[in-house]
Design a protein around this ligand. Structure first.
Ligand code: FMN
Ligand code: SF4
Length: 220
């Protein structure tokens, strides 16, 4: 990839600092991986994340557990199982701002060539400033931008601007249809294209989700 894009486009990678599951990658192993990637010198930047969107998703996202939305994409009898055990399957981890910082700051002194991107619960100017003060080169935002795609511009105009994202996490399962913030979907991106929904085009991916939890998908 580096050969193809030369120095015209940044090449970045997102790596897990901690999978949050037994037998998965932990911080010490990830620190070593980051050092190897840094020594290789190919990447422009590393984005540090944790958990995954496949197993115990709330370790990645933190905050409210969207059990009803999870159940909605499951067929019976798994739907009932998810309603009963959804919190156990997804995990329960309280949200707090900058929730990946504690692990991520351990990577800062190790990087000699590669820039670092801080992620996780960054929603306002103070969070960005904290990331810079901690030695990160960039910060990344997920849900706050999904909630308000113009957020960076809004913060540029008003540094006290606070996010409207509630970390309800109900957007998690919209990725299997049309990714959007459920609280204000139309003002963010315009109305969902009903023709594409009717054709099944934008629901593609539900089967993949169902397979990941050992089921097959339904769409009601
Ligand atoms: C609706 C949605 C879709 C996402 N899709 C991806 C994805 O395709 N690949 C990925 O690496 N992370 C994905 N993420 C995770 C985000 O990149 C980010 O790691 C996570 O939301 C934590 O950052 P935040 O606290 O700023 O939201 C997604 C998050 C959301 C909410
Ligand atoms: S649905 Fe909207 S408010 Fe809820 S977490 Fe996602 S982006 Fe934030």
């Amino acid at each position: 990839m580096r050969t193809r894009v030369r120095d015209v486009i940044a090449v970045t990678a997102k790596i897990s600092m901690d999978d949050g599951i037994r037998g998965g990658i932990g911080v010490s192993e990830s620190l070593r991986t980051a050092q190897l990637l840094d020594a290789d010198g190919t990447l422009d930047a590393l984005e540090l994340t944790q958990g995954s969107s496949v197993v115990r998703q709330m370790f990645l996202f933190r905050g409210d557990v969207p059990v009803d939305d999870f159940a909605a994409v499951m067929p019976q009898p798994r739907k009932t199982g998810v309603l009963l055990l959804g919190k156990k399957i997804l995990g329960e981890f309280p949200y707090h701002d900058l929730y990946m910082l504690e692990s991520a700051r351990q990577f800062v002194p190790l990087m000699k060539n590669t820039k670092l991107i801080l992620l996780g619960g960054i929603t306002d100017f103070d969070h960005m400033s904290t990331g810079m003060a901690e030695g990160f080169d960039f910060v990344a935002m997920g849900r706050a931008l999904l909630r308000e795609p113009n957020l960076v511009e809004a913060i540029r105009s008003d540094r006290s601007k606070q996010t409207y994202c509630t970390h309800c996490n109900r957007c998690m399962y919209t990725v299997y249809g049309r990714t959007h913030c459920v609280l204000d979907p139309t003002s963010a991106f315009g109305a969902v294209d009903s023709a594409r929904v009717a054709s099944g085009e934008v629901i593609a991916g539900v089967d993949e989700l169902a397979a990941s939890v050992g089921g097959s998908a339904c769409r009601d």
